[in-house]
Design a protein around this ligand. Structure first.
Ligand code: DPP
Ligand code: ZN
Length: 876
């Protein structure tokens, strides 16, 4: 495959005016007629041919203005259709006929079948697997769709836009026609046909229009779509209130399908979802499932404006829609739930997923400049770091300035295929600011490192803060320019009050934000009458690694007094992380672990402080993960040593805090009746956290077995199951619980996924044999992405000791799986392979095994472009 470069972008020679598609659905032989009306673009070369994209297509018919095109006038290959001698000045119509096989489409790109339902996935380049087409996001047109299918098996025929009409056709077939008046690129096309149940509701928009809302699920699962419907209505309302965005069709549909490569897809008016992000009830969904459903329903809905009404000029601009839309869904969840707890969860996620990507061989800018396979750029860097960049714009400009920029963006670019530059320019123009240095966040990869040190001069009553930034080298970018880094700060005074004074020298401070713009910069604050404690990067205002030496006492002071809860969590994290790192080194080098009592008592004090919300305390008690410790250590990692060290520290906390944990376990019950709201979920989280610690203290499975038996919701049930399986894998109680669980949820694949994940993540070398055995289990379906992610994905991504077995068997197993999956579903295979992105930071023996496994993949001759691209970058 060849590399696509941003620098080579140029508009098409032909403008697409209208699209008219007719599908005659058949499981193995679907006929697609595409009527496309084009005209030659002003100024385009009058002799230029029309070149359309294809992927595994065969041309069955080609008309130009309803006349057959002579053989000499076109060339068709599976990848392209080139037509020459087209009119210079007048519009013309091309009719392309193709036949495709939805049943055989295991890539799940284009038109495929899942559980008897026809569905499509076209982003990024799936439409070209349906018909020959200018399959790129800057080609926008209104679509008319006609679907013809067997009526008995496909009572439902859906596509984008508004319903035009339908009726009986012939021989038991019927048809439906849809029209989408909003010009859109092909990646937003969708078609669904089949026999599904529906949940219906309506939403009245801010201008008083009624919109029909429909969520389609398998028959019998309708009650489990109620929460998704509620989340949808709240999303629609919120986007009107917060961003002034109103929905623009008469109907909004969501379809849940069980075979899907991604989380969900924002097709215009017809979102298609992975069923795990639609279906929920207390018996089968955890609090995390509810939160995910709320966030993803919102995310896809918000794309209607940020992505669909304003789309991307080319795929290099992916963050234009994704980073912005993630920011919007984060803000939505923050408004629906606890803002601070949501922010802490985001920071944890960013550090555990995006920071390792940015520090390894797959690092790339938020706005890349080249790619070999666009499917591999749906990354946490584009999504989550992209969201952080948007958040920093809001921090720099303030809420009002940010809103002015967003309003201008919607006004100026509605209907456009836009670029990141267009987006940034709106904020510049609306605020009279120059954001050129800030824009480096889009262009320079790597997590900036900021080193900070403070000095207090009692005689002069001044506090001096010295800052230095360094951006590490990343693939293709060895030298970096200093960035504009907004650092929220506070000085926490003796009496516990929080001050944000204006600097008298050294640089710009707006509100509580320091603007670090130079490589080195020193800010001075005056009139500080006693030694302050510096709280920096509060709220995680910039996605950086911060190095700031502070004493245990100072961090404890912040943990108790900062007015920002995120900063309090961060301070506790900064207290415990060095302890965990030091312990891991000690264990690796044959030493023993010591835990400073002051750190432990700070944690326990916060955990027991009833003035703080339970969800926050649960976050504090969820100590940095083994992966977090490995990331911070950075090199020569021994996952077994990290596991032992962390377990030892957890046990020390458990022993010291036992009465507090007992109290929390006894008092954090929610009482009768389940509610998925954030406050109830927080109490469950804290109680389950207490259960985990008590089990460390008691060294017995009895309490968890009782919790398993008495659980009345999936959150408590699966937590108890994890404690049993992970701590006491050989105990009878663990066996019994795993058995009871699978029997009870035998007919629910989404719950079976939890059962697979729990077992795939049992620590230790024994996990691999369990995973292999589970692959033979009748519940494991190798063609279903959710099952594969639950078993193989959980093992590779979330079982550090099991996957990184010292003998390298974990890596060899993954390589085998990837080579087996790749011919059927390359996207899934490539995604699984990214679990090895930090292989170079392993200790030498494991790193050698990892490299050998990667080389096995590398040597395979038949790799997809997806896996080829990842393995090449990982070995470079
Ligand atoms: N469906 C994916 C998302 O919404 C890709 N657009 O992020
Ligand atoms: Zn998205």
């Amino acid at each position: 495959t060849k590399t696509v470069e941003l620098a080579n972008y140029r508009p098409t020679d032909f403008v697409l005016e209208r699209v008219d598609l007719t599908f005659e659905l058949d499981p193995t032989n679907t006929k697609v007629d595409a009527r496309l009306i084009f005209h030659r673009r002003d100024g385009a070369d009058p002799g230029a041919p029309l070149v359309l994209d294809g992927d595994e297509l065969t041309l069955s018919g080609l008309l130009l203005d309803q006349n057959e095109v002579p053989a000499g006038q076109y060339d068709a290959t599976p990848q392209s259709l080139t037509i020459r001698n087209l009119p210079e000045a007048v519009p013309f119509e091309i009719t392309v006929t193709t036949f495709i096989n939805p049943e055989a489409n295991t890539q799940l790109m284009g038109l495929y079948r899942t559980n008897g339902v026809y569905c499509t996935q076209c982003e990024a380049e799936g439409f070209r697997r349906i018909t020959y087409f200018p399959d790129r996001p800057d080609v926008l047109a209104p679509y008319t769709i006609t679907i013809i299918a067997d009526k008995a098996t496909n009572p439902l025929l859906l596509s984008n836009g508004n319903f035009l009409g339908g009726g009986n056709y012939d021989e038991g077939r019927h048809f439906a026609a849809w029209f989408d008046p909003h010009p859109k690129p092909s990646y937003l096309f969708a078609l669904v046909a089949g026999d599904l149940g529906v949940v219906e509701d309506t939403f009245t928009t801010m201008s008083g229009r009624d919109v029909a809302l429909k969520i389609y699920v398998e028959h019998g699962k309708e009650p489990r779509a109620a929460y998704a419907m509620d989340a949808l209505k709240r999303s629609m309302k919120w986007d009107e209130e917060r961003f002034g965005r109103e929905y623009d069709l008469d109907i909004f549909m969501i379809v849940a399908v069980s075979d899907f490569n991604m989380g969900a897809m924002e097709n215009k008016g017809l979102n298609v979802f992975n069923d795990k992000y639609v279906l929920a009830d207390p018996e089968t969904a955890t609090d995390q499932d509810y939160a995910n459903i709320e966030a993803i329903i919102a995310h896809e809905y918000f794309h209607n404006w940020t992505g669909n009404r304003i789309t991307c000029r080319d795929w290099f601009q992916l963050c234009l829609k994704e980073g912005l839309t993630v920011y919007r869904d984060h803000e939505f969840s923050a408004d629906m739930r606890s803002r601070a707890v949501k922010r802490i969860a985001e920071v944890r996620h960013l550090k555990s997923e995006q920071f390792p990507e940015d520090a390894g061989p797959l690092a790339h800018p938020v706005r890349p400049t080249k790619y070999r396979e666009i499917n591999n750029f749906y990354t946490t860097t584009v999504y989550e770091k992209g969201s952080e960049v948007t958040r920093m714009i809001a921090t720099l400009l303030g809420a009002e300035g940010f809103k002015k920029g967003m309003d201008l963006y919607f006004e100026r670019h509605d209907g456009d295929a836009a670029t990141v530059e267009d987006f940034v320019k709106c904020f510049e123009d609306a605020n009279g600011r120059d954001l050129s240095q800030f824009s480096l966040w889009y262009h320079q990869a790597g997590t900036p490192m900021v080193s900070a040190s403070g000095a207090y001069d009692p005689a002069a009553a001044t506090f001096t803060l010295s800052l230095e930034q360094m951006i590490p080298a990343t693939p293709g970018q060895s030298a970096k320019e200093p960035m504009h880094i907004p650092l929220s700060f506070a000085l926490i005074l003796d009496n516990g009050s929080t001050a944000t004074p204006t600097a008298v020298a050294g640089g710009e401070v707006t509100g509580d934000v320091l603007h670090l713009t130079e490589r080195k910069q020193t800010f001075m604050f005056s009139g500080i009458s006693s030694r302050p404690v510096l709280s920096l990067n509060r709220g995680f205002s910039a996605p950086i690694n911060l190095h700031l030496d502070r004493s245990t006492d100072d961090l404890v002071h912040i943990a108790h007094h900062d007015s920002d809860l995120v900063a309090r969590w961060q301070a506790l994290n900064d207290l415990i992380l060095p302890v965990l790192m030091e312990s891991a080194r000690d264990v690796r080098d044959g030493g023993t672990v010591t835990c400073p009592p002051a750190v432990i008592s700070a944690l326990i004090e916060i955990a027991g402080n009833d003035a703080l919300e339970p969800a926050f305390r649960a976050q504090v008690l969820a100590l940095p993960s083994e992966a977090d410790i490995a990331r911070e250590l950075g090199s020569n990692n021994d996952p077994d040593a990290i596991h032992t060290a962390r377990t030892t520290v957890l046990t020390a906390v458990a022993d010291a805090g036992r009465p507090v944990f007992q109290h929390l376990f006894d008092t954090m019950e929610n009482g009768a009746g389940f509610s998925p709201d954030a406050a109830s979920a927080g109490r469950r989280a804290l109680r389950n956290s207490a259960l985990g610690y008590l089990t460390y203290a008691e060294q017995s499975p009895v309490r968890a077995a009782e919790a398993f038996a008495s659980a009345d919701n999936m959150t408590d049930l699966v937590q108890a199951l994890s404690v049993l399986a992970h701590r006491f894998p050989d105990a009878e109680e663990a066996d019994a619980a795993l058995g009871a669980f699978v029997t009870r949820f035998d007919d629910n694949p989404l719950v079976i996924d939890k059962w697979l994940s729990v077992q795939a993540t049992i620590p230790g070398a024994g996990a691999l044999d369990r995973v292999k055995a589970l692959m033979e289990n009748r519940h494991f379906v190798a063609s279903n992405p959710n099952r594969v992610r639950a078993l193989v994905g959980s093992f590779a991504f979330s079982n550090p000791t099991g996957f990184n077995r010292a003998d390298g068997e974990g890596y060899r197993f993954l390589a085998e799986r990837i080579l087996a999956i790749d011919p059927k579903n390359p996207q899934l295979a490539a995604r699984l392979l990214t679990s090895m992105r930090s292989w170079r930071s392993l200790e030498p023996v494991r790193a050698d095994h990892a490299r050998a496994a990667l080389l096995t993949i590398d040597r395979s001759v038949q790799l997809s472009s997806d896996v080829r691209d990842i393995v090449d970058r990982m070995l470079k």
